[in-house]
Design a protein around this ligand. Structure first.
Ligand SMILES: [Zn+2]
Length: 219
């Protein structure tokens, strides 16, 4: 899945990987372990924090508060993301950059884009405390480097149902080279030119390389 990260990610939340950016894994599938959701037409992701690890003989992780600190006193992944969001809100630190991968079906993870962590809070859910993190989608780095700021408004996530339809049609491969690694969902007509995120006809699968090459031609 995440060969691009140089690590086989086992955990759903990975704060500040190798000091560069964070990586989180999300799922909007029915029965997913956490209730992640997408808001504001796909521009905002509300991501749920993670439960304490399961221990034989220990409590059901779903029955107790999500932890901010490990038993030894260090911050958990929830705590690390929470601290970063607080520092950003206080104006002390730039927002943490977070790469988001989404599980669209069993064993299939796709890149959902680069987000910035803008807020975090704790809330009651089923009589326990859970963490919530608010992330805003950023333009891709190749667009950002060209300062195409007006395009930010048009950026949105492609709904999972559309991704699944495209995945089946394109057989889980880059439509140009057939690669099965680092796949991105690409708008055939960019949203900035009126292309829709909501129909499979305007979406195709590209590998990271062909995705970048296409963007470079368009911009
Ligand atoms: Zn390709």
């Amino acid at each position: 899945m995440c060969t691009e990260e140089g690590a086989n990610l086992q955990r759903g939340m990975n704060f500040h990987l190798k000091g560069r950016h964070s990586v989180i894994l999300m799922s909007l599938r029915p029965g997913a372990p956490y209730s992640d959701r997408v808001e504001e037409n796909g521009k905002v992701l509300i991501y749920e924090g993670h439960d304490i690890p399961f221990h034989k003989g220990g409590p059901d992780p779903k029955s107790v508060d999500q932890a901010e600190y490990n038993p030894g006193g260090s911050l958990t992944q929830n705590g690390l993301f929470y601290e970063a969001a607080k520092k950003h809100k206080q104006g002390v630190k730039a927002p943490e950059l977070v790469k988001v991968y989404e599980k669209i079906r069993s064993g299939v993870w796709v890149y959902n884009g680069l987000f910035k962590l803008v807020d975090a809070w704790k809330e009651e859910s089923n009589a326990r405390k859970v963490f919530k993190f608010k992330l805003e989608l950023l333009p891709s780095s190749s667009l950002a480097s060209r300062a195409n700021i007006q395009k930010i408004d048009h950026i949105r996530l492609i709904p999972t149902s559309v991704k699944l339809e495209v995945w089946k049609r394109d057989k889980g491969r880059c439509v140009i080279c057939g690669s099965q690694d680092n796949l991105h969902f690409d708008h055939i007509i960019p949203y900035s030119r009126g292309g829709s995120s909501l129909v499979a006809e305007n979406v195709q699968i590209l590998c990271a390389r062909h995705n970048l090459e296409k963007r470079d031609k368009i911009v």
